[in-house]
Design a protein around this ligand. Structure first.
Ligand code: SF4
Length: 379
């Protein structure tokens, strides 16, 4: 991948990597510094600030073109009083580019823990002393049972997730055995997340009926070495390219609040634009005890809404999915995220943390009058 240029002439509200972390100290009820800065002021936008939003609206809704790095940086630099304007525009963009449906997915950790990689946020790494212990590959009957439960919720997608650097031959065979079983019995599209792939593995998974392959780049290329040392961002991006080259849909997610700066978040957005995923799951760091990022403050909810909106504005046509960390990060603002660009949910539990109940999420969609449907064909 060529180097991606991010803006050098748009000033972010603060250049420090932890601008939003500092805000988090005051936002989060667990914040340890009660004398920290007060919550952000909500002030009306200036004409110049409103013009930045209007320009993005024109580009996305009238010209129907992607925003540049400079335009995204200008939106990211707007003050807190602009967050609802960003969210409102993101919702319109989502409706115009994707329609009203919300896609529901269940995920199952079919092989948990014991991963040799050192992703600093991950409780499944064998390099950190975390409460997550390694388990073998689940029995096919258990995987099928989870798929049936997922289908009963009205979901269209079921993702089998494995904590591995990449799949070995035995793992590939197990996946290839499971995919038709699940698809034929439940009618669900089957997605897989099994790490870095070789060209041959990507081809075999595609031929075996894997509908979508998840491989997150997590963060900006420039920040990746700060959070992972055992493989590179480019290795991840190469697997993303192989997934698309062999005809699977690419699901390529982000993890926000791992020490990256605002400029690096914009960098990530432009890198995702280049990778052209079908789906982008947005994860917020839920700090896991024992990991190097275990003491990182949780991102402020208002800041999270800003970045959900920016993801939609940068990636107007993708399936933008709420993924891990939304409950602890957004708390009472989860429904606002649904009107700030999100159009897909992971329901139930995540890989190593509990999500809120599927019933609560389905009620939220009902309250928002958002229909459930598969988005694959629509986009
Ligand atoms: S994020 Fe994936 S590759 Fe990294 S340690 Fe966790 S399971 Fe392994």
């Amino acid at each position: 991948m060529g180097a991606v240029t991010t803006t050098s002439h748009v000033a972010f509200r603060s250049a420090a990597p932890s601008r939003s972390d500092a805000r988090t100290q005051s936002d989060h009820p667990d914040a340890s510094d009660p004398d920290g800065p007060p919550p952000p002021p909500q002030v009306a936008l200036s004409p110049a600030e409103r013009a930045v939003v209007s320009s993005a609206e024109h580009a996305l809704l009238d010209e129907r073109r992607l925003l540049s790095a400079e335009e995204l940086a200008a939106l990211a630099a707007l003050p807190d009083g602009a967050v609802m304007a960003l969210a409102s525009l993101a919702h319109q963009v989502r409706l115009a580019w994707c329609g009203p449906e919300v896609e529901i997915e269940g995920i199952l950790s079919a092989k948990t823990g014991g991963c040799p990689e050192d992703c600093h946020f991950c409780a499944q790494s064998s390099r950190f002393d975390t409460p997550v212990k390694a388990t073998p590959f689940l029995d096919p009957a258990d995987v099928l049972a989870a798929a049936r439960e997922t289908a009963a919720l009205g979901a269209s997608e079921f993702c089998i997730v494995l904590a591995v650097r990449g799949p070995d031959e035995r793992t590939i065979q197990r996946i290839l055995d499971l995919v038709p079983l699940i698809r034929d019995e439940t009618g669900l599209n089957v997605a897989v997340s099994a790490g870095i792939l070789s060209e041959d593995q990507a081809r075999r998974l595609a031929e075996g009926g894997v509908h979508r392959y998840n491989h997150n780049v997590e963060t900006a290329r420039s920040h990746f070495p700060s959070i992972v040392s055992t493989h590179s961002w480019d290795e991840r991006a190469e697997t993303c390219r192989l997934v698309k080259a062999h005809g699977m849909e690419l699901c390529c997610g982000a993890l926000i609040n791992v020490g990256e700066s605002d400029a690096q978040r914009v960098e990530l957005l432009t890198q995702l634009q280049e990778l052209e995923p079908t789906e982008v799951p947005v994860n917020f760091l839920n700090p896991r005890p024992g990991t190097p990022l275990g003491d990182q403050p949780i991102l402020g909810a208002w800041e999270a809404i800003r970045w959900i909106a920016l993801f939609r504005l940068a990636l107007p046509s993708v399936i933008l999915r709420y993924a891990g960390g939304r409950e602890v990060t957004l708390r009472d603002l989860q429904a606002i995220g649904m009107t700030a660009g999100i159009n897909a949910l992971i329901v139930g539990n995540y890989l190593t943390t509990l999500g809120r109940s599927a019933e609560e999420d389905l009620q939220m969609l009902d309250d928002l009058r958002m229909p459930i449907g598969a988005l694959t064909a629509a986009l």
